[in-house]
Structure formats: C-alpha cells, structure tokens
Design a protein around this ligand. Structure first.
Ligand SMILES: Cc1cc2nc3c(=O)[nH]c(=O)nc-3n(C[C@H](O)[C@H](O)[C@H](O)COP(=O)(O)OP(=O)(O)OC[C@H]3O[C@@H](n4cnc5c(N)ncnc54)[C@H](O)[C@@H]3O)c2cc1C
Ligand SMILES: *[C@@H]1O[C@H](CO)[C@@H](O)[C@H](O)[C@H]1NC(C)=O
Ligand SMILES: *[C@@H]1O[C@H](CO)[C@@H](O)[C@H](O)[C@H]1NC(C)=O
Ligand SMILES: *[C@@H]1O[C@H](CO)[C@@H](O)[C@H](O)[C@H]1NC(C)=O
Ligand SMILES: *[C@@H]1O[C@H](CO)[C@@H](O)[C@H](O)[C@H]1NC(C)=O
Ligand SMILES: *[C@@H]1O[C@H](CO)[C@@H](O)[C@H](O)[C@H]1NC(C)=O
Ligand SMILES: CC(=O)N[C@H]1CO[C@H](CO)[C@@H](O)[C@@H]1O
Length: 633
C-alpha cells in the first residue's frame, strides 16, 4: 500500500538517516545527525540532555540565533516514520518505551508492582503519545504562581501557548456534526505545532454527549481557553494537511534542521552526569544508551536538563545535585544539597471500567479491531485523504468530559474538609525532608482550595464508543519519588508513585466512578443497553466495595509523570527558581516536565510546548540585550 505520507516523509528520513560522522575518535550511532561537529572545536553554547518536547522546542528557538550552537543528546533513536507513530488509527505503537520501568509495590494498590512507560526516542513523549492536546485551566497556572513562582500565571503563559501552535479549523459541516467549537482569540495560527481534530466521529459519541449533558456537565466553547471544565471535542496534535502526527521531531527539528548547521542531535546516547567547575555547570558526560565508553562535551553557556520526570532527577542525583543523604549513600560528591530532587513525583492515574452492551451502535471504535472489512474500508479512505476513523487515535473517542469536584459530587465540600483535617506529614514517607514537607503542605492547601472551585478539573470521563469507559484522576494528593538505586547511569532508578496512599485520592476516584455510572444510567446511554462488567458490577454499591475493586485495577500512570525537580522556593523543597535555574548552581536549568510543581487539569503536551517557548524566550531575550547572563567566572 502506498500512503500519502510516505512521499512526504522521504526527504526527512534521508536527512536524519544519511548523515554519519565522527565525534572525537568515536563513531556516532547510525541515526545521529551531527553536522560539522569538528568545526565546533568540542564545545557548544548549550547542551541539552533529552530531546523530548522541552528539549527540542528549546533547541529550535535557541538556534534561531546563528551564533549559538546547540547539541541535544537524546537517549533514544530517531523514529522511522512507522504507521504506529504517524497514523492516529494505527496508534498503540509500543515502540520507543523506556525499557524495564517497574514501580515499587504500590501499597494502596494491593502491593502490585506495575510496569510503567515513558518515551525514549527523539521527540520524547510527543512521538508516541495519544495526541490529546489540551491546556490546563487558568487556576492551574495561577496556582503555580501562588506557590512562590513570580512570573507564572495563565495570562503570562497564554502568549507562549499561542506562539507554539498552529490550529487548523475543521470543516464547517464536520464541526457541526461533531460539536467542535472553539474560541479563535486563544488559538495560535503561526506556530510550529500543528493541531486540529479528527475528521470522523462514531455515532455513539452523540449518545455519550447527551448523557453527559443529562448529568449536568455543560458543553463548553473551548477547552483551551483556561475557563470552566465541561464536555468538549478533543483537540488532537494532528497535522490537518496530511492527517499525521505533529511531534517535536517534526515541528522543532525536521522543520528547521536543513537551515541550521548550528543545531545538532546526538541520538541513542545517554547523558550520565553534568560536569562542574565549582558551582558552574560546564559540560556533560555521556555514553551510548546500548552501553560503551564515556565521552565528554562542554557547554560555554549552559547545560539544560530535559529528560522527563523519571530521568531528570536521576541525572541530577548522579551529578551530585540532590538529597545529601542519598548522594552520600552512593559516595557521590555533593555539589548542591537539594532535598527536593526526585521527590514530589505525581502522575494522573487511570481506571478502566469495562461494559458489555446489548445494543451498541455499529460501527464503533471497537469495530476497527473486530471488523476487518470496516478497518480496510477506513484505511482506504484515510489513504485517499477522505474522512476516516483512522484520523482518531485508536481506542479513543472524539469527545471527553473534564469535571470539577463540584461537578462530580455534591459532597465536594466534605471531601475537602476531611482532607484538610489530615496531617500532611501522614501522606509522605516517614523520613521526608522538612522543606519537602513544607512544599507539600503548601500544595495540599492549594489543591483543597481548588477542590471547591468550579473552574478547575479534578478528573475526566471518557468513552471511546467501544466496550471500555475510562476515568482519569488528574489531581492527586499522594506523592511518590524517584531515587537512584546505583551509580550506573544506564540503570533505572527506584520508582514509587505511592498512588492513592492519601485516602482522599480514592474518595475522589469513587466520586468519579459514581458520576460515570450516572452518565451510563441516563437515557441516551441506556438506549445502548450497557452493563457494568467484571470486576466491577451493579452489586458494588458502597464506596468501600468500589474502592476495594479499584485497588486491583487502578493504573498508577498515564505517562504524565511530573514534578520531580519542582519549581518552588528552596525552603519549600524547590529545585529550580521561577526561571528554571537550579538553586546553588550557575549555568544549569531544568526545562522538562520535572519543573512543574503540580499536575494541571489536562494532559501535559500543550503546556510543555508553551513552557519550552517560555524558557527559550528567557535565553533569547538575554542574548538580545547583550547581557552575558551565562558568564563563566
Ligand atoms: C504513551 C504515552 C502517552 C501519552 N499521551 C499523552 C497525550 O495524549 N496527551 C498529552 O498531552 N500527553 C501525553 N503523554 C505525556 C507527554 O507526552 C509527556 O508529558 C511530555 O512528552 C513530557 O515532555 P518533556 O519534554 O518533559 O519530556 P519527554 O517528552 O518525555 O522527553 C524526555 C526525553 O529525554 C530523554 N532522556 C531522558 N534521560 C536522558 C538522558 N540521561 N540522556 C539523554 N536523553 C535522556 C528521553 O529519552 C526522552 O526522549 C503521553 C506520554 C506517553 C509516554
Ligand atoms: C503490602 O505489603 C506490606 C508490606 O510488606 C504489608 O504490610 C501489607 O499488608 C500488604 N498489603 C496487602 C494488601 O497485601
Ligand atoms: C498552519 O496550518 C495551515 C492549514 O493547515 C497551513 O496552510 C499553514 O501553512 C500552517 N502554518 C504554519 C506556520 O505551520
Ligand atoms: C452534538 O450536540 C447535539 C446537541 O446537544 C447532540 O444531540 C448530538 O448528539 C451531539 N453529537 C456529538 C457527536 O457529540
Ligand atoms: C463490517 O463492516 C462492513 C463495512 O463497513 C459493514 O458492511 C458490515 O455490516 C460490518 N459487519 C458487522 C458485523 O458489523
Ligand atoms: C459482586 O458480584 C461478583 C460477581 O457476581 C462477585 O464476584 C462479587 O463478590 C460481588 N461483590 C460484592 C461486594 O457483592
Ligand atoms: C576546544 C575548546 O575550545 N575547548 C574548551 C572547551 O571548554 C572547556 C571548558 O570551558 C575548556 O577547558 C576547553 O579548552
């Protein structure tokens, strides 16, 4: 089969795959693009550890200045344009996952040790994620500001959201049919990240939509306007010109690389540590991700860590930036004692609620798996550029509901009050550092205030039109950690989400579960004859029964790991200041999702692109003003 996109991809692949060169005496792996490496004399202006969303956004923007040189070192390879990456309907790539990530036994989840994922590929999560493209609410970013981060608010981040993206409108007819609405004033039209909507929807999506409205969830005009939660069509990081994924490799590297001899990516290599001269970061050591000898490269201006929330703390800890006790245990010389590094781990856990239907509408999202004729028909339509179910990320639907706690349950005030009565220390490991505890207490107070706000989301309900309903828990009170287990830079750290160890997290889950039940009990869903299936079922009536089943079912991660090098005041366990500078060190920033203090009312991608734009604007403004902020003295 010849696909539209193969023709488009050809030249791009050529660019990345054909270039091979030599760094020092070492051969560069096959997929590395290292141009004129020798000419740079072994030094770059900036070295970025991790070529994901933040890393590539920064590298693109920094190299707009031709006098600046950037080396991105990325642990994973370049993708090869597989259908599982490019074609939404072929999603669930199971490609490029970070290998062998398994949690510690989750004590609130029947002690299950659970396999978990994050990306290891150029483009990071954007290359393999489910393409959901949502911003948080105004109160999310205002909340980050309120935790002591001057310069952070919805208002101040909005220009970067807009700068980052290029929204393509759906056709008028499809927008009407699928209830796609938006507010042009908050959507960008000139940025590199392409986004739009699938051009197809399953009929059952309308039944679900009406059921959501019947249980009091309002249809909102634009989920990316920062305003109230509600029901809406899901924006997707879909390039409407080709109906393929728009991801950081494409939109922040392939788009510019031919014209940027100053922008280099070294793929399939892992940064093992940051090198310091006193308290100044001067470069990094790295080695092939497959194993091999260690090399060194220097940064004249700055080292930027952008490895994602499970890797960034590992790199910092291995470099001597982290909790002193932990570093001493491994005989790592302490460069900066920052107890927050690796703590404050959060994710947005998920729960699948299975149903059987006596009267579901066909075709639905499951038909892509159960009906080969339908699947082939849709693929042919997709390849011809016509409306097709292949523009929908496989197994997902086209609409979703974001709920405030107030939308979820009339008991919202009691849930907040009960959680307020709990000692924050009881929700953290016994040996927690006092600054980290203080930071958690501040976050907790803010979250409990947000529980009473109608303008922030605590969870989402979703039905793809097939057999499963999905519940996402967006605003956990539980906190985990990620700590090195050895000094081997290729070994995975100890990973403990500590999911739902705070009892309020299960209360919230039970409320979301009941709301989902109510939604399925309303007339337009009842018309499809749904039965809540094992291990759930109508006989589970008390919160206790429901939560007991959940313990065996909740997945601790939606691969939205964050917050392990939090942007908070140092006295609150912070690792970076509000401009991403690591406390106590010069020339070292953290740009990836590790910097978030708390999860937001959305999936992370849109916020990470905007944050990448923001942090690069800090650098560009400084060089524009001629201020040598990155002076080595
Ligand atoms: C399967 C999956 C589905 C998801 N679905 C969605 C979704 O639908 N919508 C949404 O908004 N979000 C989704 N996410 C989450 C989102 O993609 C991530 O939150 C986002 O990519 C984080 O951006 P980042 O820049 O912080 O890090 P990442 O994009 O994760 O990039 C970090 C990069 O650093 C590299 N790295 C790590 N350590 C090192 C090292 N020591 N040396 C060199 N390189 C290193 C990694 O290999 C990785 O490529 C999903 C994620 C996954 C994995
Ligand atoms: C989980 O393990 C801990 C420690 O080993 C134990 O105390 C607890 O009873 C276990 N919980 C369950 C549900 O098995
Ligand atoms: C934005 O999208 C439109 C339509 O898909 C396209 O024509 C235009 O070139 C895009 N602009 C940028 C800056 O990518
Ligand atoms: C769109 O909204 C209308 C009116 O609220 C509803 O009847 C219809 O089912 C919805 N369709 C979808 C696909 O959401
Ligand atoms: C399978 O899909 C084809 C093509 O859309 C359709 O004609 C047929 O009725 C479907 N079969 C079933 C069992 O739904
Ligand atoms: C509910 O029903 C299932 C299956 O019939 C059974 O296994 C389970 O024990 C029941 N649970 C409760 C709490 O009654
Ligand atoms: C070749 C070159 O310029 N090397 C320099 C790179 O940066 C380090 C650290 O600043 C210097 O020591 C090298 O001389």
């Amino acid at each position: 089969m010849v696909h539209l996109r193969d023709a488009l991809l050809g030249p791009l692949l050529l660019l990345s795959f054909s270039v091979s060169s030599v760094v020092g005496s070492r051969r560069v792996p096959r997929y590395a693009t290292v141009v004129q490496r020798q000419a740079l004399g072994g030094n770059y202006s900036f070295i970025i550890a991790g070529g994901g969303i933040a890393g590539l956004t920064l590298a693109d923007r920094l190299t707009e200045d031709p006098t600046v040189t950037v080396l991105v070192i990325e642990a994973g390879p370049f993708d090869q344009g597989q259908d599982g990456i490019l074609v939404p309907g072929s999603y669930a790539p199971y490609l490029y996952f970070w290998p062998n990530l398994v949690t510690e036994p989750q004590t609130a989840l029947n002690n299950r040790s659970i396999g978990t994922v994050c990306a290891q590929v150029v483009g990071g999560g954007s290359t393999i994620n489910a393409m959901v493209f949502l911003r948080g609410k105004a109160e999310d970013y205002d909340g980050w500001g309120a935790l002591g981060n001057g310069g952070w608010s919805w208002k101040k981040l909005l220009p970067y959201f807009i700068k980052s993206e290029n929204f393509t409108r759906p056709s008028v007819a499809h927008a009407q049919e699928a209830n796609i609405t938006w507010d042009d004033s908050v959507r960008g039209n000139s940025g590199p990240v392409q986004y739009s909507y699938p051009n197809f929807n399953f009929v059952g999506a309308g039944n679900w939509w009406n059921a959501a409205k019947a249980v009091g969830l309002p249809a909102i005009q634009d989920p990316n306007a920062g305003t109230t939660p509600g029901v809406f069509a899901i924006p997707s990081v879909l390039d409407a010109r080709t109906n393929t994924r728009s991801y950081a490799r494409r939109n922040h590297y392939d788009r510019v690389s031919a014209a940027r001899p100053n922008y280099h990516i070294l793929a399939s290599n892992t940064v093992s540590k940051v090198l310091f001269d006193g308290k100044q970061a001067i470069g990094v050591q790295y080695l092939p991700t497959a194993g091999g000898s260690v090399s060194t490269v220097y940064a004249a201006k700055e080292v930027i860590i952008a490895g994602g929330a499970l890797s960034t703390p590992k790199v910092l800890q291995l470099s001597g930036v982290g909790p002193k006790k932990l570093l001493q245990k491994f005989n790592i010389p302490v460069v900066a004692d920052l107890p927050g590094v690796g703590q404050n781990l959060q994710d947005q856990s998920t729960l699948t609620v299975p149903y059987t239907f006596s009267n579901n509408i066909s075709p639905n999202s499951d038909s892509m798996f159960t009906n080969a004729t339908f699947n082939a028909e849709q693929r042919a339509l997709y390849d011809a550029g016509l409306p097709s179910a292949y523009t929908i990320v496989s197994t997902l639907g086209t609409n979703i509901a974001l709920l405030s706690l107030k939308d979820t349950t009339p008991e919202y005030k009691q849930i907040a009050a009960q959680a307020r009565a709990r000692n924050p220390a009881d929700s953290l490991p016994a040996d927690v550092d006092p600054a980290v505890l203080a930071g958690y207490a501040a976050q907790r107070a803010l979250i409990l205030k947000q529980f009473e706000s109608p303008n922030i989301g605590v969870g989402t309900l979703h039905w793809g039109t097939g057999n499963d309903a999905l519940i996402y828990h967006l605003r956990p009170l539980s906190r985990g950690y990620v700590n090195i287990a050895s000094t081997d830079p290729l070994a995975n750290p100890i990973l403990d989400y500590r999911t739902a160890t705070d009892p309020a997290d299960f209360q919230l889950y039970a409320a979301l579960f009941r709301k989902n039940r109510a939604l399925f009990a309303s007339p337009t869903m009842q018309a499809l004859g749904p039965t809540e299936a094992s291990p759930f079922g109508a006989n589970l009536t008390t919160d206790e029964d429901i939560i007991n089943v959940m313990r065996g079912q909740v997945n601790p991660s939606n691969a939205h790991q964050c917050c392990t090098a939090a942007m908070l005041p140092k006295g609150l366990g912070g690792v970076v200041d509000s401009d991403h500078n690591v406390y106590g060190i010069k020339g070292l920033r953290v740009a990836d999702i590790s910097f978030w203090p708390m999860e937001v009312s959305a999936a992370p991608t849109a916020t990470m692109y905007a944050a990448g734009e923001r942090v690069s604007s800090l650098h560009n403004a400084q060089s524009f003003l001629g201020v040598n902020f990155f002076r080595i003295d």
